[in-house]
Design a protein around this ligand. Sequence first.
Ligand code: NCD
Length: 312
Amino acid sequence: MAINHFLGSLDFSPEKYDVLFSLASRIIDSPSDYTDRCRGKLMATLFYEPSTRTRLSFEAAMLRLGGGVISVASAKSSSVSKGESLGDTIRTVGGYADLIVMRHPKEGAALLAAEYSPVPLINGGDGAREHPTQTLTDLFTIHRFKGRFDGLTVAFCGDLRYGRTVHSLVKALARYSGVKFILISPSELRLPERIVREVNEINPEATLQETTSMEDGLESADVLYMTRIQKERFFNEEDYIRLRDTYILTEDKLRAASEEMIVMHPLPRVTEIDYAIDADPRAVYFEQARFGMFARMALIVHLLSDKEGGDA
Ligand code: NCD
């Protein structure tokens, strides 16, 4: 039987995402029905890059489902620092746990790890490439607040070059009809050409509008997806310092946006959203982080199901 991995945001069809959203919403409504759902199962989290939300929401999700968690929170504290290969680590951990969640600084590390994994492997972020469980979180948040994906105008703002959450989400959203993307970034941090090509292949009708001006994007957006400039992916500090404060969402700027627009952010935030915005009802990023835990509960239930192709 094929192992159910989750390595990229396109691994699941829109229909499968819908099944997961329904399950996540059922869990929110009746959490006590799920407290034993993963009793006796163990999840390993292997994080070779810093994380707060992804690791802790996965661990909280598994514990709330009645399962257990074993964890490596940094490369330094594991045998990677002794020179162990990723394949050997994954084979070993796959003998202990029923599910592995891994974050790694190298692009493609999750694909490699999945080749060695005897249990479902979830990509918790591989370099600047993909972050599919953030996409699951983001889509679930949009689903909860907007109730639809078709016809939405989604503005992405900040580091579209290195932001893996953007790369995964843009591709997943491109599958819906009438979606319009407004891509707001400095010219150095534009969405990579390969992602633009992919979006056009997925949906030749999808509209992509690139701009360097935040104001351009705000008026017509249904969703504003703010991102952090990804300091750790820059080759030199000077470029980072020059670009870090390019976009700062303030109350003043938000005045141009619709009352119905939602402001999302995968977090962590640095300077790109003024703290005063937190009180605005349009700011949903902390709810988004919380929805991420329920979405991951649904994902775990799905991947650990015995039925072929998973179950929700
Ligand atoms: C994101 C990531 O790790 O890519 N964080 C997250 O998982 N919520 C975004 C970021 O680090 O800027």
